[in-house]
Design a protein around this ligand. Structure first.
Ligand SMILES: [Zn+2]
Length: 218
């Protein structure tokens, strides 16, 4: 098959625009239980389809399905990479299309971890040691992974960055990075190498640089 719109890419915004008030809603404040899964491309946290943590993009709902990291960042911003990148993969349950929120991660030792982040670290470390027994659910609150500022959003149409590279993904990348401590960074990436796919060509696509007033709902 000939691919037409692959990800990741170098994010060099091409079109600036403002957005209406209800453009993007993040219902990310609840903590939901996810389960660690060691996939072919690294460790991920998977969620069921009944999750009430979701986003609404221009009125269309997408449910949180998967939470995982890459090191270094997969996307670049004006040709620069970051230490890491978090992907919050959401899926519309009717047409199965995706909306993925990308959050860049930068190391900042003035940051302390929340209790949930500490629990995530322990889960990652336990899974590395292959402690047997039933998988313990990990409560995750996506909102705690938002960067300090999120008034800008880079949007483009692309693909999953791992197989099967499906091209029905709307990418929403926050250009301002989330600072995390070296301890958290080491826990995420030290135990489990997380692959980052190389940059793909933009071809005829646009990258929208959006001024956005993200609605955070309960
Ligand atoms: Zn990813």
């Amino acid at each position: 098959m000939k691919w037409k719109q692959q990800s990741p890419i170098n994010l060099q915004p091409t079109v600036s625009a403002t957005t209406p008030a209800d453009y993007l809603e993040l219902a990310w404040s609840k903590a939901i239980d996810g389960f660690l899964h060691q996939g072919p491309h690294g460790i991920e946290v998977l969620f069921g389809t009944d999750s009430d943590v979701f986003l609404r993009l221009e009125g269309k709902p997408f449910h949180l399905r998967n939470f995982h990291f890459h090191h270094p960042s997969e996307h670049c911003l004006n040709a620069d990479a970051f230490h890491g990148e978090l992907h919050l993969v959401h899926q519309n349950l009717s047409d199965l299309s995706y909306a993925v929120v990308g959050v860049f991660l930068s190391i900042d030792n003035s940051q302390s971890e929340t209790d949930q982040m500490k629990e995530l670290i322990q889960s990652f470390q336990r899974s590395h040691k292959s402690v047997s027994g039933p998988a313990k659910p990990i409560p995750l609150q996506p909102q705690s992974w938002l960067p300090p500022s999120y008034e800008r959003l880079l949007r483009y149409e692309g693909s999953l960055t791992t197989e099967p590279f499906t091209e029905s993904v709307t990418w929403l990348v926050l250009p301002d990075p989330k600072p995390i401590s070296e301890t958290l960074f080491a826990a995420i990436f030290g135990c489990h190498p997380q692959e980052a796919r190389g940059l793909q060509s933009l071809d005829r696509r646009y990258i929208l640089d959006l001024e956005v007033n993200i609605k955070l709902s309960k």
